[in-house]
Design a binder for this molecule. Structure first.
Ligand code: 3PY
Ligand code: MG
Length: 266
């Protein structure tokens, strides 16, 4: 079976840097897969992406050695299983708030007797190999998100749930849970302290700590702190940031403010 490269990197104590895909197209997925990132996550929670978009995007990513991950819309076993059957090598499960929810996510990622995953790796066996079912439990990543008030309170029981491979912080939901504005790359002392507490809890339980950013500055900071899974950027952010920066460099021309289209008065 094809091995999960992220697991290999983590065993060697190395970080894995990745990106999110919110645009429902194979071309943007394939282009992002050719940028040097270790992993790409097809975001079915907040991205404009359906299952019929996600399957060809997984095929596009697998033209490269990039590890394909799916963020499922919710902690729902049938969606987790469909993502894995389509060839995701891991799922990111949002808003996990306690041990029971973490166990539910883990069980959906593992075949019996370890879990409740149903057999049917249609595309996964093409991508992973004919012996997929024999080794899948050891290669598929169950990554749960801590980003709710209850999840912060119960991080110890979530992080220590057997079968959880990594704990992924959603910075903006985490900020809301702390009563702060939903800001990414957040320096609020309350936010920083909570992020550090998740990292410390992960370290104690030998679970990978994962963090979501919007810049190389913060990605570097989290790598240096010991996060082993860090998101650098997303397709839509990269596209929009690059063009805005280029537009900003031009002189002798006034950029159109897109929301200010001419309107008829009266
Ligand atoms: C968050 O910021 O809450 C996330 O889940 C990142 O996508
Ligand atoms: Mg979130």
């Amino acid at each position: 079976m094809r091995l999960n490269r992220l697991k290999q990197l983590w065993r060697e104590g190395k970080p894995a840097i990745g990106g999110f895909l919110s645009i429902p197209h194979t071309l943007s997925a394939e282009m992002m897969a050719h940028t040097g990132l270790d992993w790409l996550c097809i975001d079915m929670q907040h991205g404009c992406i359906d299952y019929s978009d996600a399957v060809p995007m997984l095929a596009a990513i697998s033209t490269t050695a990039v590890t394909p991950i799916v963020r499922v819309p919710w902690n729902e076993p049938s969606m987790i299983m469909k993502a894995l059957d389509a060839g995701a090598y891991g799922v990111i499960v949002p808003m996990v708030s306690n041990r029971a929810e973490a166990e539910r996510a883990v069980a959906a990622c593992r075949y019996p007797p370890r879990g409740i995953r149903s057999n049917g790796p249609n595309r996964a066996a093409l991508y992973g190999g004919a012996d997929y079912q024999k080794h899948a439990d050891n290669e598929m990543l169950c990554i749960v998100m801590i980003e709710t008030a209850e999840g912060i309170e119960k991080m110890e029981e979530i992080v220590s749930t057997p079968g959880v491979d990594a704990v992924y912080i959603g910075p903006t939901d985490l900020a809301l849970a702390l009563g702060l504005p939903p800001v990414m790359d957040n320096d609020d002392p309350k936010h920083v302290a909570t992020v550090n507490k998740v990292l410390e809890t992960c370290r104690r339980h030998k679970v990978v700590a994962a963090m979501h950013t919007m810049s190389s500055k913060y990605t570097q900071r989290y790598i240096d702190q010991g996060f082993q899974m860090v998101m650098l950027t997303a397709d839509r952010i990269a596209m929009s940031n690059f063009v805005k920066a280029e537009v900003g460099k031009l002189t002798g021309w006034t950029p159109l403010v897109p929301t200010e289209a001419p309107r008829r008065n009266g």
